[in-house]
Design a protein around this ligand. Structure first.
Ligand code: NAP
Length: 504
């Protein structure tokens, strides 16, 4: 590795050191000392972002597209170091870090293309009707405009694609909004080297220095102060329900409330229909076990619940899933805190009345092994906590006595990122009445697939009703995510010379 970590914040083009520090807690390798963020850094970064907005918010789409492409190039140029630091901090395997870098750079380049096409501006024009009776109509033009400085909080489980230069940052920069990232304390070194790449791109492209800042964490007050700063105009957040809700409440309580786009937790239930279970139950069990344990189950789209009809086919599905899961070896979790929360979640499920332990394993320190439990739909409907996310490779099978009861489970779900149907042709009629229920529950509905793996494209929705997200009209993945950082403005009879360049 050639990159030497220095542990500083990047504030408006300067690497800044704080008096106070915190020490990283890598899965393996050397721990490093990092500057702890404070209110002074928050103020400096946000004020510089506002200053940068006066130029960057009015830059051309071509200029911003070039900037996004150069950021991607600079990240790729540091690829090996990013992989080495990321693996050490998170314990994720090398292939995962390489793949996630591809996705991160891919989404930066996708946004560059997207803004060049210009459709996202959603331009509208109602021409003047001076002769209209009884009243004439003025000339009305509408376009989407960037909203100002954005605060971004990345998640621990995606150190690249949902972090410093992840989807929120890419979307905000594409829209024309400067970004202040609150670095995740689980991967501060990965944040630092990615910020180095963005810094290099700022210099190469001659961007205003305040267009991007990274404030390292180590202090929860930094996040609270950032979302409450009057110059911050929206927040992009990926993380836990508890953290997201705390910051959402702060945004709502501001004297000028601002949108908080939080992508939070989800249990991603799967509904398995009788013919599919009967015809290919074993393959479904193996597929589920794979999806449930990939990345130690630390995916927001991890399918934690399988709902199916009780009976012989279900019994076979339970034993096949248990067998497939029992061969999965222990995996390192992202942080000590996440490992601890996993054990607490497992205890919660195991001690719920009416829950049967199917596969018991044991995990300690920062390791995770899979667990499998079964319960009846009747019990599941009585115990709200069985519907809560356990972040890790833990599955709950819910056995229903009828399709009506399966549908009742669907009706009682909270908001989800995804819901999945496993069905054969002969299940189609029964499955049809689930669609109106599930489309009110989830941002994405899948058939005969597993929800882990979120394509970055035009049609993706990564969001959903609360608590999957705090804003169900939005997505945090895919090109539509740019809409979070734009606001429609109508220009009435404004002379052409005064209109934004994109409207001319
Ligand atoms: P997290 O603990 O909520 O942390 C996310 C960020 O928020 C960190 O920067 C953290 O600061 C900060 N934070 C958390 N609570 C705060 C508070 N009360 N005040 C101020 N700042 C606060 O989440 P995580 O551990 O990174 O991620 C795991 C969770 O994210 C899982 O539940 C998973 O399902 C969810 N997730 C959701 C999605 C999605 O798209 N819906 C994607 C990935 C993960 P520190 O650095 O100080 O911890």
């Amino acid at each position: 590795m050639t990159f030497m970590l220095h542990g500083k914040h990047l504030i408006a083009g300067q690497w800044v050191e704080s008096d106070q520090t915190f020490v990283s807690s890598p899965a393996f390798g050397e721990a490093h000392s990092f500057s702890k963020g404070s209110l002074a850094e928050v103020n400096a970064a946000v004020e510089a972002a506002e200053h940068a907005f006066l130029e960057y918010g009015y830059s051309s789409r071509e200029v911003r597209a070039e900037f996004l492409n150069v950021i991607a190039d600079e990240i790729d140029a540091r690829g090996d170091d990013i992989t080495a630091i990321g693996c050490s901090e998170t314990g994720l395997p090398e292939a995962r870090l390489i793949g996630e870098r591809g996705r991160t750079c891919g989404q930066l380049r996708l946004f560059a293309e997207h803004i060049l096409q210009g459709n996202y501006l959603d331009k509208r024009h109602d021409a003047a009707l001076p002769e209209r009776q009884p009243l004439p109509r003025a000339d009305l033009k509408l376009i989407q405009r960037p909203i100002g400085p954005i605060a971004v909080f990345g998640a621990s489980n995606f150190p690249l694609a949902f972090s410093t230069a992840g989807g929120d940052t890419a979307a905000a920069l594409a829209a024309g909004c400067p970004v202040v990232v609150k670095g995740h304390s689980a991967h501060p070194g990965t944040g630092e080297i990615v910020a180095e790449a963005i810094h290099a791109a700022i210099q190469k492209c001659g961007m205003p220095a305040g267009v991007f800042s990274l404030i390292q964490g180590g202090n929860r007050d930094v996040g609270s102060a950032l979302v409450q700063h009057p110059l911050i105009k929206a927040v992009g957040f990926t993380g836990s329900l508890a953290g997201g809700r705390a910051l959402f409440d702060l945004c709502a309580a501001r004297s000028e409330p601002i949108p908080f786009f939080g992508e939070l937790g989800s249990v991603n239930p799967m509904f398995l229909f009788p013919h599919a279970v009967s015809n290919r139950g074993e393959a479904l069990a193996k597929g589920w076990a794979g999806s449930l344990t990939i990345g130690a189950g630390q995916f927001c789209t991890n399918p934690g619940i399988a709902v199916l009809l009780a009976g012989e086919d279900a019994d076979l599905f339970v034993s096949n899933t248990s067998e497939a899961l029992s061969s999965v070896s222990s995996q390192t979790m992202l942080t000590d805190g996440i490992a601890e929360a996993y054990r607490a979640g497992q205890q919660r499920i195991a001690s719920t009345s009416g829950v049967q332990e199917i596969l018991k394993t044991s995990c300690d320190s920062r390791n995770a092994t899979p667990y499998l439990y079964a319960t009846t739909a009747k019990e599941w409907l009585l115990n709200e906590s069985l519907a809560e996310e356990v972040f890790g490779p833990l599955g709950v099978i819910v056995l229903a006595s009828s399709l009506e009861e399966m549908q009742k489970v669907a009706t009682n779900l909270e908001g989800q990122l995804t819901c999945t149907l496993h069905l054969d042709e002969a299940d189609m009629n029964e499955a049809k009445c689930f669609i109106p229920v599930l489309e009110r529950k989830a941002g994405r509905i899948l058939a005969n697939a597993f929800p882990t793996g979120v394509e970055v494209c035009d049609s993706m929705v990564h969001g959903g009703p609360y608590p999957a997200s705090t804003n169900f009209g939005a997505t945090s993945v895919g090109t539509m995510s740019i809409r979070r950082f734009l606001r429609p403005v109508c220009y009435q009879d404004i002379p052409t010379a005064l209109l934004p360049a994109d409207l001319m």
